[in-house]
Design a protein around this ligand. Structure first.
Ligand code: ADP
Ligand code: ZN
Length: 519
């Protein structure tokens, strides 16, 4: 119930449709009023983990944050999203502080950011005692540990929160926590039976692979045959497809069933239960299946169709191998699916949502077409550094041959720079190819030095090279700007410091050859 509310809050205030890996479980734990420790890489989305439950629960959330500058940014962002937030710290005048305090008393404020100094200042706890506090969030929690590099002695006094407010849940968050720092966070804050969520998002036990979508039925039958009695899920885009697929599998003698939101609640429960109890081996399902299902021995997850974005994909394959034992994720990729998904998006969403959804679909497609380690691509998408390659994906097993693509990369990056980082990949390709379309002409792109600098390379190939640059972290995509490409440090190095780039020659996959190679 509350988790559904959390999803509504996520959408309403932050505009996101889905939680990122880990966020939902963390939020559920906080909403259950339990102490929580979150170890999540920078950019992973820690703020949502306390902001969303804080908004779901009645009362005021108090966020302890050590950096005054950051505090101000956070509060401004929240205000911009329609959340009544404020901060108290030493940089403010008495008058400003009184104004915020009054809002607390009035019950108007939902989220109060304070510096640790302010929190520990005389009289502040008695001020808090007069309010209805629903949550204490401690950001940059590693500051409590003398082992770390950011030790702040005031943080040690935060144990008083638990002593003075034993009934208020505490969530401590950090991006940097080795084992010792972790231990310090747990003990120094006096947390009570805290649950620790450590999300590197990586699920190293899941083998990742992508196959072309042609003849996927045959491929699925081969796949299942080689994995007798292993429980697995096949995700399909349409309800109809789940039924057809289940019927076909049953005809072949497999123990399969289907699940989608069109079934009655009773049937859904029954089917789900049978799968949980290992009475059904293969579940053909739409994305309606799996939310909150805890079945630990799912050995494989197949995506019959391309999912609409990497968040969904990662959530769905994450239902495999929860027991930590080896599991597999097989994704079928076809351009027809991309077109179908595009239609669904363009028909169903308003224009602002559309741009974002299309950009995300684009990234999903890029993943499917990736020529570098799939896990690296995924982790990069979720904002996590992944040094090296994983050794547990189809690309790592069969690395495609690469060539020195520095010059091609420079052309792409320089087109991005010359258009002031305002255009998306399709337009960049047009510029490189020298296409005199309306947009090129009206914006004067035909006058750019890079215009037509890549006529010798086909458009589709350019597109793949751009994808490769994105997947390897040489380019960023701004979803909120219609997928405009942006430069980063790595791209600057390629443009100005002679950094070289390896690219993979684009080759369409030949299904027959692929199959022979595998057998
Ligand atoms: P952290 O504090 O872990 O470094 P933030 O909380 O600042 O990360 O989040 C990083 C970025 O990810 C922000 O732009 C945030 O809006 C975005 N983000 C967080 N959760 C989600 C989500 N569920 N869906 C989409 N974007 C998200
Ligand atoms: Zn890999």
């Amino acid at each position: 119930m509350e988790v559904r509310e959390a999803r509504e809050v996520l959408k309403l205030y932050f505009g996101y449709d889905q939680f990122r890996p880990g966020q939902e479980d963390i939020i559920a734990n906080v909403l259950a009023k339990k102490d929580t420790v979150v170890l999540m890489p920078t950019g992973g989305g820690k703020s949502i983990c306390y902001q969303v439950p804080g908004l779901v629960m009645p009362g005021l959330s108090v966020v302890v944050s050590p950096l005054i500058a950051l505090m101000k940014d956070q509060v401004e962002a929240l205000l911009g999203n329609g959340v009544n937030a404020g901060y108290l710290n030493s940089s403010q005048s008495t008058k400003e502080q009184q104004l915020i305090e009054q809002q607390c008393f009035d019950g108007r404020l939902k989220m109060l950011y304070v510096s640790p100094e302010k929190l520990l200042s005389a009289g502040f706890f008695s001020f808090l005692k007069r309010l209805q506090i629903n949550l204490f969030a401690i950001d940059e929690a590693h500051c409590i540990s003398a082992w770390g590099h950011d030790f702040r002695p005031e943080y040690l006094q935060l144990k008083n929160l638990k002593l003075q407010f034993p009934e208020v849940p505490v969530i401590a968050l950090t991006a940097t926590a080795d084992k010792l720092t972790q231990r310090d966070i747990l003990t120094q804050l006096y947390l009570q039976n805290p649950k620790v969520f450590s999300s590197s998002f990586d699920r190293p036990n899941i083998y990742l692979q992508v196959q072309p979508g042609q003849k996927r039925m045959e491929a699925i039958l081969d796949f299942i045959e080689e994995r007798p009695f292993q429980p697995g899920i096949i995700y399909c885009l349409s309800r109809k497809a789940t039924e057809t697929l289940a019927t076909k599998l049953k005809e072949k003698g497999y123990n399969a069933d289907y699940y989608h939101a069109g079934l009655s609640a009773k049937d859904r429960d029954r089917v789900q239960e049978r799968f949980l109890q290992d009475n059904v081996q293969i579940m053909c399902a739409t994305i309606a299946f799996g939310m909150g299902i805890d079945k630990s021995n799912v050995r494989w997850v197949i995506h019959y169709n391309l999912p609409k974005n990497l968040e969904s994909y990662y959530q769905e394959i994450g239902r495999g191998g929860r027991d930590g034992a080896a599991a597999e994720a097989l994704l079928f990729h076809s351009l027809a699916d991309v077109m179908t998904l595009r239609d669904i998006i363009t028909q169903g969403e308003n224009s602002k949502e559309q741009a974002l959804s299309l950009a995300k679909l684009d990234r999903m497609q890029q993943y499917a077409e990736s020529t570098s380690c799939r896990r690296k691509t995924l982790m990069h998408y979720f904002g996590e550094e992944y040094p090296g390659n994983c050794g547990s994906c189809d690309i790592c097993d069969n690395p495609p041959t690469s060539f020195n693509g520095t010059e091609l990369a420079q052309k792409i990056l320089s087109a991005v720079a010359r258009t002031k980082e305002t255009v998306a990949s399709a337009q960049v390709v047009d510029i490189l190819r020298g296409s005199r379309n309306q947009q090129s002409l009206s914006r004067g792109y035909d006058k750019l030095k890079t215009f037509g600098a890549g006529r010798d390379v086909p458009a589709q190939e350019w597109q793949r090279y751009i994808h490769q640059l994105i997947n390897r972290g040489f380019l960023e995509v701004a979803y909120d700007e219609h997928g405009a490409l942006k430069l980063n440090n790595a791209s600057e190095e390629v443009l100005f410091k002679g950094r070289t780039v390896e690219l993979v020659k684009f080759q369409a996959i030949d299904l027959k050859e692929e199959k022979e190679r595998r057998s």
